[in-house]
Design a protein around this ligand. Structure first.
Ligand code: SAH
Length: 411
């Protein structure tokens, strides 16, 4: 976590500030010293009431200063660190501006061939509780914590985004459950600026419709952007994109394949997928078809009917939302991978993903290997991939690393 300013004074030399102090247990302090930025409520020593969303001084149980954080009075994550130094209340807007500019600068370094990407990824951009995605000329913003949702912080964030990116529209996306957990009053997703929530964005030369307010889920899976391009490198023949949503993988595979079938249980997602296919009709004259189906049923039926493919993508939703779901999730991943491997022709390509933070890369790999042994297929790893670099991974904050994409060849 960067210091608040380059010439930050050591905490003890700063003029005393009047921020509330929150003391954390030895375990909480250890977590922070290990580079994490969260302290759970169970690791707070201070029991007195701290205002919701306050900027707080953090100290260990003996009173030794540990830095400055944003406080939530509701979430189990009570503290999200902002700086290992001292930050005065009046300095907060300047700090937020600096961090937003740094996030924009980082994207200039790592983002290519797209006008849609994650601009701010919360803790991984030192802006805990703030997510901003860019879709061409639109920005989609999520204020996820009490502190980030305060009127003053919202105003600073929005003003800086306007200055830095000159968007034609800004959409605020709201998830009712997140606001409930933070005990924030409910709010609707809405346009904060501009007149339309629609645009078309282009990634890796493929165009997609985006509607920030309507449809079943607002937003694309930007974290798969680099994996789409990687998958397209190996894709060939007849392809099956399972859990295709609005066609992210399918449309990337189409120019390389003779036929692509996208499968999803959501009809609205498939309707957008079809519109997306039309947008790109010149690039891929190949046949693309969309099927509304339960992926588990379809793979079972197709595998037993002896269907064969040359390329299969499996990109299911997060099966393990919590650690408790792990065993069931592992069974789900195993079944999908087993059936897909059975259906691949020799030299076939399997792209298999998991976006469950709780399933590690090693666990996913073990599941796929076990499936290959059960299917009596020999596989070779072509690539072990993660989320795109606009969703940075912080090694000291394991929760920032969640997406795994393995690309295998069946030999
Ligand atoms: N591959 C997509 C993202 C997939 S997200 C992309 O790159 O854009 C997961 C998708 O799985 C969602 O679209 C959801 O509608 C779909 N889904 C969830 N459960 C399903 C099931 N049992 N069968 C088929 N699709 C399912």
């Amino acid at each position: 976590m960067p210091k608040a300013t380059a010439n930050d004074l050591p905490l003890n030399d700063r003029p005393m500030n009047d921020l509330p102090e929150v003391r954390v247990s030895a375990r909480g302090a250890e977590r922070l010293q290990g580079g994490h930025v969260w302290v759970y409520r169970s690791d707070l020593e201070t029991k007195s009431e701290i205002p919701a969303g306050a900027l707080v001084r953090v100290a260990d149980h003996r009173g030794k200063p540990l830095g400055t954080a944003l406080y939530s009075s509701a979430s189990q994550i009570a503290i999200r660190m902002l700086s290992p130094g001292a930050v005065l209340q009046v300095e907060l807007p300047v700090l937020l501006r600096q961090r937003i500019r740094a996030a924009v600068a980082y994207r200039k370094l790592v983002v290519h061939d797209t006008d849609a990407y994650r601009l701010i990824f919360s803790e991984a951009d030192f802006l805990p509780g703030l997510i901003v995605d860019r879709y061409n000329d639109l920005l989609s913003v999520q204020f996820l914590t009490q502190a980030m949702d305060s009127a003053a912080v919202r105003e600073t964030v929005l003003a800086t985004l306007r200055e830095e990116l000159l968007p034609t529209a800004i959409i605020e996306r709201v998830e009712a459950r997140v606001r409930e957990l933070e005990q924030l009053p409910q709010r609707e997703s809405q346009l904060l600026q501009g007149t339309t929530s629609n645009t078309v964005f282009t990634m890796n030369g493929i165009q997609f419709h985006y509607d920030g307010l309507h449809g079943q889920k607002t937003g694309a899976f930007l974290d798969q952007r680099e994996n789409y391009a990687a998958a397209a490198q190996y894709a060939h023949g007849e392809a099956l994109d399972v859990f295709c949503y609005q066609g992210g993988f399918a449309l990337h595979l189409a120019p390389k394949c003779s036929k692509v079938t996208g499968v999803d249980s959501s009809l609205p997602a498939l309707e957008v997928a079809e519109e997306n296919a039309k947008l790109n009709a010149q690039e891929s004259s190949q046949e693309i078809e969309w099927m509304e189906a339960n992926a588990f049923d379809l793979l079972k039926d197709y595998a037993s009917a002896g269907h064969q493919y040359d390329t299969i993508v499996l990109d299911p939703p997060a099966f393990a939302k919590t650690k408790r779901d792990l065993a069931a999730a592992a069974r789900g991943y195993k079944e999908l991978n087993l059936r897909a491997l059975k259906m691949l022709r020799p030299d076939g390509i399997l792209v298999t993903c998991s976006c469950s933070y709780h399933v590690s890369e090693q666990e996913l790999q073990d599941i796929v290997v076990a499936a290959s042994l059960d299917a009596r297929r020999t596989v070779r790893f072509l690539e072990k991939r993660v989320q795109a670099k606009d969703h940075p991974i912080m090694p000291t904050i394991p929760e920032t690393a969640y997406l795994k994409a393995l690309i295998l060849q069946v030999v």
